[in-house]
Design a protein around this ligand. Structure first.
Ligand SMILES: C[S@@+](CC[C@H](N)C(=O)[O-])C[C@H]1O[C@@H](n2cnc3c(N)ncnc32)[C@H](O)[C@@H]1O
Length: 209
């Protein structure tokens, strides 16, 4: 029962269990995020957006990487935005980090604003994945890159690996080929996918021309 309450709050954290889930995600996704961030070259001055920012740990890492740049974060959970603001309060105060409650399907930014967009462990929940990828494409600068990060990679040798979570949350683990195809259909170029050996970690980097 407790396990179910916690897991269900990965979708849109709220209330007591949402608080616990946010703490657990900030900790549990940190190594995965560090590994994935090695696959893009964030430079001082860059504008970066983190989609589905949860409790804001990735925002925290990105703020250290952008130097004189800025980090934006969106999440459709009000609680996540509050928690992410608390974790990043100094950078929020000085205007280096800006967080907004919003959906990936309608990003509150003008076209071609960002050098990079990151999305850690959130794609599974998006309502209209192809159009949501196109919406991210819209806000990327030409030459800008999207980094998608996953822990739930399908495992052919163990097809039931994610079944419990998939059934409970009504989501689906991803495949390397499936993600490549979606990025391709959404108009991205130079798509690369990486799997960390011995794990089910997958990240994809894709570019807007
Ligand atoms: C599993 S959590 C991951 C959070 C964070 N990226 C991390 O790695 O700790 C998924 C997050 O995506 C957010 N999310 C899910 N669907 C969303 C949507 N359509 N628009 C914006 N945020 C969404 C949830 O509110 C939640 O914070």
């Amino acid at each position: 029962m407790k396990y179910h309450k916690l897991v269900e709050n990965a979708v849109k954290p709220t209330g007591f269990w949402g608080n616990l889930m946010i703490r657990s995600m900030n900790k549990g996704h940190s190594d995965l995020t560090d590994w994935a961030l090695c696959h893009i070259d964030i430079k001082s001055g860059d504008y970066v957006l983190d989609v589905g920012c949860g409790g804001g740990k990735t925002i925290n890492k990105l703020a250290d990487m952008v130097g004189s740049g800025k980090v934006y974060g969106i999440d459709y959970s009000d609680l996540c935005i509050k928690k992410a603001e608390k974790l990043n309060h100094k950078n929020v105060l000085c205007g280096k980090v800006k967080l907004s409650q919003a959906s990936v399907s309608a990003l509150p930014y003008e076209d071609s604003k960002f050098d990079h967009v990151t999305a850690v462990e959130t794609y599974y929940f998006w309502p209209d994945k192809l159009n949501d990828l196109k919406e991210i494409f819209r806000v990327l600068k030409p030459g800008g890159k999207l980094l998608l990060v996953f822990e739930m990679l399908k495992d052919e040798s163990n097809p039931d690996k994610w079944k419990k979570v998939e059934d409970r949350l009504k989501i689906e683990a991803v495949s390397r080929e499936g993600i490549y195809e979606m990025l391709d259909r959404a108009g991205y170029l130079n798509i690369r996918t990486y799997v960390k050996s011995g794990t089910t970690w997958l990240c994809a980097v894709a570019e807007k021309e």
